[in-house]
Design a protein around this ligand. Structure first.
Ligand code: FES
Length: 100
């Protein structure tokens, strides 16, 4: 089973545990803006984690603080640059115009 499924396209990619969601999403050929280079500073990489939230890395203070500044945040929100894949399958939803 692929480690990561990306919605709405349904693309899947196998990625090593410890890979950031941002890197895996870009490696899959999907578009995701990362203006700050993955420093939890721009908020452009906001995604929803639909499945597998427990297997990815926990939200640290910097991510939490940035998420608080964004529009459209929910309980599934993560910054893809900060969330690291674990060993279980994960499904994310790209938010397009909502992010940022
Ligand atoms: S790339 Fe800027 S917050 Fe994730």
């Amino acid at each position: 089973m692929p480690l990561l499924t990306i919605l709405p396209s349904g693309k899947t990619i196998d990625a090593a545990p410890g890979t950031s969601l941002l890197k895996a999403i870009l490696d899959a050929g999907e578009q995701l803006i990362s203006k700050c280079g993955g420093e939890a500073a721009c908020g452009k990489c906001h995604v929803f984690v639909i499945e597998g939230r427990k297997t990815i890395s926990k939200i640290a203070a910097a991510e939490n603080a940035r998420l608080d500044t964004l529009v459209g945040i929910g309980s599934k929100s993560r910054l893809a640059c900060q969330a690291l894949l674990g060993t279980e399958p994960v499904t994310v939803e790209l938010l397009g115009a909502l992010s940022g």
